[in-house]
Design a protein around this ligand. Structure first.
Ligand code: ZN
Length: 510
């Protein structure tokens, strides 16, 4: 029933984005998601992607729109330890040419601000959609990151232009950074045509299995892809050494893509973990709304990276013994709820997706892989509760990415400390109640974005009292709130005990 309703809403919302603008007069226009229509050609030999993207959107600002063009970041040298870590020792620059942008069909002069471009709009009205079209020709950079290539694949994360977010705080034009996932994006719809040499295949944010594939031109094929209600569009172009494992969870096909020479056992255990994690998160945080979920082996050394309906796992998880594939696949799968379904500003409040995804993955591992789960929980608690030296340096989870001096402090604070906070709450409330609170949070902000302040309000409502002291101690590393945070937890423990007391007829009151 719920799926039917969701499909209907998705379809209506998608249709609303493509029918003529006159139909919208009585409806609040800003409620409509943008529609990205891209037409691209990928040349795996030349590591080149060319084409255009047309974005139909309802403007937030009468005079300008802003687009993130993250590939621009990799057309210039970045030299420091953090960039070296992201790019690797043998990094090579990419190129990105975009000489033509049109608005309502007319060429416009645009301005570049780092990896953002400012596009002038002429007296745009919030009630009327704008059609912006950008033509581009890029060659991929060589590096260890989210958008690069090796001899068997091209992995394309954050490659398409994407509208910057405008909210109560104004425009969010943050440039790419070498720490964390420096992105913030809103729900949209995508129609992407991708032309490839016939010997190649792809996995993307769209439901690729349902795509129409046109092979009428000899030697090539064109996929016509469609993805609705997603906040980005990523894909991996793979040669014929790739094959996939596939299983169905509810209404979702889970496919894990790996290469001929990878370890079969590693691929199978990683696939199994992704399948079981999806099943578990469905049951705990609400049904996954997409019909396909791709887990794709890439090159590079990014470890794992999440995108809507597709995640990248680097090759080490498929060529080395051990549990790293399980751990990473589960964490990235948890991001399908905490990033993909509920978006957030990952530049300013990385704890809100990373901490929650890591908590969710520990909950799953503890359930399905108890020994692995226990050791992961122990590690997070150790790192998350011994951060006083970071606090002395005024570092805390709830700060922008640029404030973290290195990946160690980022990991300890954003991942471990946030996870430790949620684990403390779990010890007091129990898994069932905490997951119900998380499920309601996901449901409230599904396909939208949530802020830390909104989570705080949600938590306070669920707890029945203000949660400021608890969150300030854990997320703002405010040691003056240590006792108050502990007392808050004690009160929650007592309330939970009261709730859990057997009542007269012997049943448990919940
Ligand atoms: Zn993550």
């Amino acid at each position: 029933m719920r799926k039917w309703l969701l499909m209907l809403i998705c379809t209506l919302s998608f249709l609303s984005a493509i029918v003529p603008s006159g139909a919208f007069e009585k409806i609040e226009p800003t409620t409509f998601a943008p529609l990205y229509k891209a037409d691209v050609r990928v040349d795996p030999a030349g590591k080149r992607v060319t084409g255009s993207v047309e974005i139909r959107f309802w403007p937030k600002d009468a005079s300008h729109a802003y687009l993130h063009l993250y590939p621009l970041t990799f057309t210039e040298e970045h030299k420091d330890d953090l960039w070296d870590e992201l790019l690797g020792k043998h990094a090579g620059l990419g190129t990105y040419d975009s000489n033509r942008i049109t608005v309502q069909g007319k060429p416009v002069a645009f301005k570049r601000i780092q990896d953002v471009i400012e596009v002038p709009l002429v007296s745009a009205k919030a009630s009327e959609p704008v059609m912006l079209k950008l033509y581009f020709d890029m060659t991929l950079p060589q590096n260890e990151g989210r958008m690069s290539y090796d001899e068997h694949s091209l992995w394309l994360g954050n490659w398409l232009p994407i509208l910057a977010v405008f909210d109560k705080a104004g425009w969010h034009l943050d440039p790419y950074e070498p720490i964390g996932d420096p992105f913030f994006s809103e729900n949209a719809h995508y129609q992407v045509n991708v032309t490839l040499p016939a010997a190649y295949q792809l996995a993307s944010t769209a439901t690729d299995k349902a795509a129409t594939v046109d092979s009428s031109v000899q030697g090539e094929k064109t996929y016509r892809l469609q993805a609705m209600n997603v906040r980005d569009f990523a894909m991996v172009v793979m040669d014929s050494t790739y094959h996939s494992l596939e299983d169905k969870v509810g209404g979702t096909n889970v496919r894990t893509w790996y290469r001929d020479k990878d370890f079969d056992t590693q691929a199978k255990q990683t696939h199994f973990a992704a399948v079981e994690a999806l099943r578990y998160f469905n049951s705990q945080f609400g049904d996954y709304p997409y019909t396909e979920y791709d887990v794709v082996r890439t090159g590079g050394s990014i470890n794992g990276m999440e995108y809507p309906s597709i995640v990248f796992l680097d090759g080490r998880h498929f060529t080395q013994e051990g549990n790293s594939g399980i751990v990473t696949a589960v964490h990235e799968t948890a991001h399908q709820w905490f990033y993909a379904l509920v978006g957030n500003n990952q530049v300013e409040e990385a704890w809100l997706d990373e901490g929650f995804a890591e908590y969710a993955s520990l909950a799953f591992l503890s359930d399905k892989y108890p020994r692995l789960g226990a050791s992961r929980v122990l590690g997070r608690l150790e790192h998350g509760t011994t951060v006083s030296s970071y606090a002395q340096e005024k570092l805390r989870p709830w700060q922008p990415l640029r404030a973290f001096p290195d990946n160690e402090s980022y990991s300890a604070l954003v991942y471990s400390r946030t996870t430790s906070m949620l684990w403390k709450l779990r010890e007091v409330w129990g898994e069932e109640r905490l997951h119900e609170v998380l499920r309601r949070y996901v449901n409230n902000y599904r396909f939208g974005t949530a802020s830390g302040a909104e989570w705080k309000a949600h938590l306070s409502r669920a707890a029945g009292e203000d949660s400021s002291a608890f969150l300030d101690y854990w997320l703002n590393a405010d040691w003056s709130q240590k006792d108050a945070a502990e007392e808050w937890l004690q009160r929650q423990r007592q309330n939970q005990r009261n709730l859990g007391q057997p009542i007269q007829d012997g049943t448990i009151e919940k």
